[in-house]
Design a protein around this ligand. Structure first.
Ligand code: URP
Ligand code: ZN
Ligand code: ZN
Ligand code: ZN
Length: 461
């Protein structure tokens, strides 16, 4: 089966040009000068549209046990919603429970995802039990295509790792070329602030934000950077939300250290004011790190321009408002942490282009090309070029839409962006040559998505 996408503007991270894109089977076969006659089984007219590489969301949590419940999207519903939003690859976090091995954890995540995904998927591994065995098993994970390991300076008693444990994992990362991903918040100090707020009778969702001050994200980020410097480990700060943390990342990068960071749409578009909405409404916005006062947003946009922030992922971790977020009614510390977003990342970041915060090439780089390189999938993914997987999105930059839970495809009963009017819309989506979204309908199938065995971080020299 071959398809010719004609008359569009091909946008890659490196530049844009008018070209027709020929898809043959699962791959991009050629970029053709417009007007040059090419035969294809199907022709799509993309006049006035962008043709971009499929989005790569490098941070999702599908059907993840957390906070006494489980995130609401399955691999099937979550990857289908991703496809609707122009994301053709996700990288999800396998979670090692304390006392379990990394390899049994990986098997468990494969059994959840294999045969159930609409688009391609890879895994990172969360290490929550640093033992001699786990450290040794990092090598087997790498051989199995999973070479990025998340650790937590937050959540004492759950995923939390001590500085000593982090140091040991980083030494292993240095030895193997793996990347350590860090949830950088000082969980020990935060736990004291949480206990003090609850003891004072303060239980509303806004307390989630007030007890996790940005300084404690800045402090943990700096500490992670120093541990990475001592060990020589590559470090990727996940879901960076605060200007204090960005300053630490920027300073480290200025010294040439292999430190990278992502932020998320919620930190660019939502704020502490959302957490402070009346009643229990704020629970919809409880995620960690918390939404910050608005002034952090301009720093994050600057970081995206300077490449001190190089990726935007969603940290998609949806919990329904009516039956899951309610677990924390009266006690904000029991609200399951996480927000939905996998469907709207590409559109939300396109607003940065519309508003003049980033160029359209930078948009493609942030949502697709850099995650592909950071997580060892380039040039198979992340680029419109001959030989690449035909993960291709035809994007209408001038269509408008209103984001709403009434029309989204994620298995969650609210949208964090309810009523947001956005300019730009995903029109047609190919996943490895298969047309999965077209004419406002889903044409994909569960099980089409394949596991992506990833190489090491391609930014390391
Ligand atoms: O609140 C969040 N971010 N939930 C998902 C787990 C994590 O820390 O990424
Ligand atoms: Zn985290
Ligand atoms: Zn996360
Ligand atoms: Zn539900």
């Amino acid at each position: 089966m071959s398809t010719l996408i004609k008359n569009g503007l091909v946008i890659n991270a490196t530049g844009s040009h008018a070209a027709d894109v020929l898809i043959d089977g699962e791959h991009i076969a050629a970029l053709v000068t417009p007007g040059f006659a090419v035969e294809a089984d199907e022709v799509i007219d993309a006049a006035g549209k962008y043709v971009i590489p499929g989005g790569i969301d490098a941070h999702t949590h599908m059907e993840m046990p957390f906070g006494g419940t489980q995130s609401a999207d399955t691999f099937e519903t979550g990857t289908t919603a991703a496809a609707w939003g122009g994301t053709t690859t996700i990288v999800d976090f396998a979670v090692q429970p304390k006392g379990s091995s990394l390899l049994s954890t990986l098997d468990k995540w494969h059994s959840k995802a294999d045969g159930n995904c609409a688009v391609d998927y890879g895994f990172h591994m969360i290490i929550s039990d640093v033992t001699d065995e786990s450290l040794k098993e990092m090598e087997s994970c790498i051989a199995a295509g999973v070479n990025s390991f998340k650790m937590f300076m937050a959540y004492p008693g759950v995923f939390y790792a001590t500085d000593g444990e982090i140091l040991r994992a980083m030494q292993k990362a240095r030895e193997t070329g793996a990347t350590i991903m860090m949830h950088a918040e000082n969980g020990i100090a935060i736990d004291q602030l949480v206990a003090q707020a609850l003891a004072s009778g303060l239980g509303d969702p806004v307390q989630h934000g007030l007890t996790r001050p940005p300084e404690l994200e800045g402090e943990a980020t700096s500490r992670a950077i120093q541990l990475a410097r001592v060990t020589g480990s590559p470090l990727y700060i996940v879901h960076l939300s605060a200007s204090q943390a960005l300053d630490a990342v920027t300073a480290a990068r200025d010294t040439g250290q292999n430190v990278f960071a992502e932020t998320c749409p919620q930190y660019l578009y939502l704020s502490l004011e959302d957490l402070a909405k009346p009643g229990f409404e704020g629970a919809k916005y409880v995620a960690s790190p918390p939404l910050r006062p608005k002034e952090h947003q301009s720093s994050l946009w600057r970081g995206l321009r300077t490449n001190d922030l190089s990726v935007v992922s969603t940290d998609h971790c949806p919990f329904c408002f009516k039956d899951q977020k309610q677990l924390g009614l009266g006690d904000f510390s029991k609200i399951p942490n996480g927000m939905p977003g996998v469907e709207h990342r590409v559109d939300l970041l396109h607003q940065g282009v519309v508003k003049g915060e980033i160029t359209r090439e930078r948009w493609v780089e942030i949502v697709s090309t850099t995650p592909a390189r950071m997580f060892g999938m380039y040039p198979r993914k992340g680029v419109i070029a001959p030989g690449a997987d035909a993960d291709v999105v035809v994007y209408d930059p001038s269509a408008t839409q209103t984001i709403s839970a009434d029309t989204h495809h994620m298995a969650v009963d609210y949208s964090a962006y309810e009523g947001f009017e956005v300019t730009g819309r995903v029109e047609t989506v190919f996943s490895r040559g298969r047309k999965v979204i077209a004419d406002g309908a889903y044409h994909g199938s569960t099980g089409h998505g394949r596991f992506v065995s990833r190489d090491l971080n391609q930014y390391l020299v």
